[in-house]
Ligand binder design. Structure first.
Ligand SMILES: [Zn+2]
Length: 264
């Protein structure tokens, strides 16, 4: 039975280290999001131990170690527990509709090292394979910080989204250079703030359109910067951030005419 199950679920080339932390996906959901994380642990092995510990209540489908070794913990058909409270395009329960990849990295609190090339090459190969098999669209490959901007910052601004997009994984637009000019920051109110919030929400971020640059707006702008304008991550909507957001909106509208911001 175990052998049969293994054949059914293990990705060729991945080490199979089953975690008990999974359940069934919610009825009626289809897998259409890929969530990328960093482990925030001192080693891939420590992260795998935690993700396999029944007391931790966390898991993911794959862990990619610094040396590019891929370990699979949960079968793709099952619901792993990686996204937590999160939302995209108004949909919650991201765990039911996603596959989660944890990328080994010590994280912001412990020096936040660069992601090694061999590790990124493995992430690209894995993501290409998953997206091709599952039909996951490039704009549905997201950071944990995108779907939970109020509490997450992984995989962070060092994650090479541009490099991934060049290899056919995910989407990216060239960020507008940072210059002076008008900017919006916490506490401001008015129509321009409302327009900014509307654009961020149209892209998919969980954000209420209040017309005030509140904490949630600052957190979403920060998440956007980590993904699309990584040169400065400060939560302030400067002209470079806004121009980059416009550019992203245009790129997505061109990809699916008449359906900018639509999920499918
Ligand atoms: Zn995460």
């Amino acid at each position: 039975m175990m052998e049969r199950r293994l054949l059914d679920v293990a990705l060729p080339g991945a080490v199979w280290r089953p975690s008990p932390n999974f359940g069934p996906r919610a009825d009626g959901t289809s897998i259409d999001i890929l969530v990328l994380h960093y482990t925030d642990m001192k080693s891939a092995e420590a992260a795998i131990d935690l993700l396999c510990d029944p007391a931790s209540n966390v898991s993911c489908h794959y862990v990619v170690a610094e040396d590019g070794v891929i370990t699979q913990l949960v079968a793709e058909r099952d619901r792993a527990w990686h996204a937590g409270v999160s939302s995209w395009h108004g949909e919650g329960d991201i765990n039911s509709r996603s596959i989660g990849i944890e990328i080994a990295n010590r994280g912001h609190d412990h020096g936040y090292p660069d992601f090694p090339d061999v590790q990124i090459a493995a992430v690209i190969a894995l993501a290409c394979d998953i997206c091709a098999r599952r039909g996951i669209r490039p704009e549905r490959i997201l950071a944990h910080s995108d779907i939970a901007p109020d509490r997450k910052r992984d995989p962070g601004e060092k994650f090479p989204w541009k490099h991934l997009a060049a290899a056919g994984v995910g989407h990216f637009v060239e960020p507008e250079p940072i210059r002076g000019g008008r900017f919006f920051s916490p506490g401001e109110s008015g129509a321009p703030i409302e327009a900014l919030q509307a654009m961020l929400a149209l892209y998919g971020y969980p954000l209420q359109i209040t017309g005030t640059y509140d904490l949630a707006t600052e957190q979403v702008v920060t998440a956007f910067q980590r993904h699309f304008r990584p040169a400065r991550v400060d939560g302030i909507a400067d002209s470079s951030t806004i121009a980059t957001l416009h550019r992203l909106g245009r790129a997505l509208a061109e990809r699916s005419p008449g359906a900018a911001g639509a999920t499918r």
